[in-house]
Write a protein that binds this ligand. Structure first.
Ligand code: HAM
Length: 456
């Protein structure tokens, strides 16, 4: 008989506590940063109708869907990204809501990708979006939020950069500045998007064959995009009114980020296009400065998506930041906090006659918010102290026969080894002992709604 193989699916992860701790560390930083910027947490269903993504997300994501037909005959899919869900949810309820709407979420997403460093088939992605505001300060606020969350995790301008661009400016440069025909703009976006992933000769070849530029012009365009920033645009296309006008929002955006003191984190790079189809304006990606990893985060403005999914025509801007690349970057920089088990008290029972008192004490302390464990079966005292160490207890409470008779216990500070006698009454009143460590920060209230549809 062969043993069945129940191994994990490729591209999926288990999260034993020591790995879960890093995930929680990221989530807590994301949630704290979101709240500082006034964002409210929401969620949606992990399964969505297939149609929500087809056309709206773009070919790349649609090719990676985990889709199937459900028992009610519906074409559905595991969510590969959150933005269409946000558009759908707001499409149903945004009328009458105060604008701007600032919402964030941390969903698990599924894409059938080729597994490689930084890319898995599931990941958690922090999304923060501002809906109902088209001013550039909304664009600046979301990228500032993404930057601040990374700073909070210990990363600095030495570690990462926001590469920013604007699809409207890129369109103006291509059409007005370089004479790309209207019908070839999509192809030009595709080539620019892959600019940094291809050797220069291949870029030139594609600009000729796919975009229709003449050989000399293609070479010039390839050189230009390699380092085109706002000064470069002004220098090269300053005389062109359409290009100058298209550069205004990005110029204002960079100025706002400088005013915030985040200028060192921002780099204009017109080769940032974003693969997703729905972006309409400023777009950005965060990258490690060493250039070793894939994008940490990506986002931008998408002013037509809500209308496309049947809602109010509302402008929107936001980003998604995944846990995979970020976890790798923190590990590379030595910024993953050491994994530590921690409880407040380990109750040590000297003899089984004291067990009843131990239960009363442990439960009383737990009711008061302390983290308490004890041996679940009779065990040598030496072993119990060993277990207290393994559990990371800050103090052991030793319940012995002589102490039990007086309703006191011995409190041993596990770090210093010092022992003193304390009364059970004082312990439960919280006037002695170790202060309760509050490790619940970050588990915020969700505002998820439950619009259950009709059963099949
Ligand atoms: P995206 O660029 O597809 O954007 O994903 C955003 C981030 O999620 C990436 O930069 C990366 O960190 C992470 N990510 C994506 N796919 C994977 C994967 N297979 N494995 C690990 N990490 C991954 C979006 O999804 C947009 N919906 C973001 C957005 C929100 N735009 C506006 N609002």
């Amino acid at each position: 008989m062969t043993t069945p193989n129940f191994s994990r699916l490729p591209g999926f992860r288990d999260f034993p506590p020591e790995d879960f701790a890093l995930r929680q560390h990221l989530f807590e930083a994301w949630r704290r940063a979101s709240r500082r910027y006034g964002f409210l947490e929401y969620d949606g269903p992990p399964l969505e109708p297939l149609d929500l993504y087809v056309e709206k997300s773009g070919e790349e994501i649609v090719g990676q869907l985990y889709n199937f037909v459900d028992k009610g005959g519906r074409e559905i899919t595991l969510r590969p990204e959150m933005t269409p869900t946000l558009a759908r949810v707001l499409g149903e309820r945004s009328r009458g809501m105060a604008k701007p709407i600032r919402w964030f979420t941390v969903p698990q997403l599924f894409r059938y990708e080729r597994q490689q460093r930084g890319r898995l088939r599931e990941h958690f992605q922090w999304n923060a979006d501002i809906v109902g505001e088209d001013s550039v300060s909304a664009d600046a606020d979301v990228v500032a939020l993404a930057i601040d969350a990374l700073r909070e995790l210990g990363l600095t301008e030495k570690d990462f950069r926001a590469r920013v661009s604007d699809r409207r400016l890129l369109t103006a440069v291509l059409r007005e500045g370089l004479g790309v025909a209207e019908g070839r703009l999509g192809a030009a976006f595709g080539v620019i998007d892959r600019f940094r992933k291809m050797p220069p000769a291949a870029v030139v070849e594609k600009l000729e064959s796919e975009v229709g530029l003449a050989p000399g012009a293609a070479e010039e365009a390839a050189k230009l995009f390699a380092s085109l920033d706002l000064d470069g645009v002004a220098e090269r296309f300053g005389g062109n009114a359409a290009v100058t006008a298209a550069a205004a929002p990005l110029t204002e955006y960079v100025a706002i980020l400088r005013d915030m003191g985040l200028g060192d984190y921002v780099e204009v790079d017109l080769t940032i296009v974003r693969g997703l189809a729905y972006y309409t304006g400023i777009v950005f990606e965060l990258f490690d400065t060493a250039g070793e990893l894939r994008a940490i985060c990506g986002g931008g403005r998408y002013d037509r998506l809500l209308e496309l999914v049947g809602g109010e025509p509302l402008p929107a801007v936001g980003f998604g930041m995944g846990d995979v690349v970020l976890g790798e970057l923190l590990a590379d920089r030595g910024l993953v906090p050491p994994y530590r088990r921690a409880v407040d008290y380990f109750v040590v029972v000297i003899g089984e006659e004291q067990r009843a008192m131990a239960y009363r004490l442990a439960h009383g302390l737990r009711e008061r918010g302390h983290r308490v464990v004890y041996a679940l079966r009779e065990q040598a005292v030496r072993k119990q102290f060993k277990a207290a160490e393994t559990e990371g207890a800050r103090a052991a409470l030793v319940v012995g026969p002589e102490e039990a008779a007086r309703d006191v216990v011995k409190l041993r500070d596990m770090k210093s080894g010092e022992e003193r006698e304390v009364s059970v009454e004082e312990l439960l009143a919280g006037t002695v002992g170790v202060p309760s460590a509050d490790d619940t920060a970050g588990s915020g209230p969700g505002t998820a709604s439950s619009a259950a549809g009709a059963a099949p």
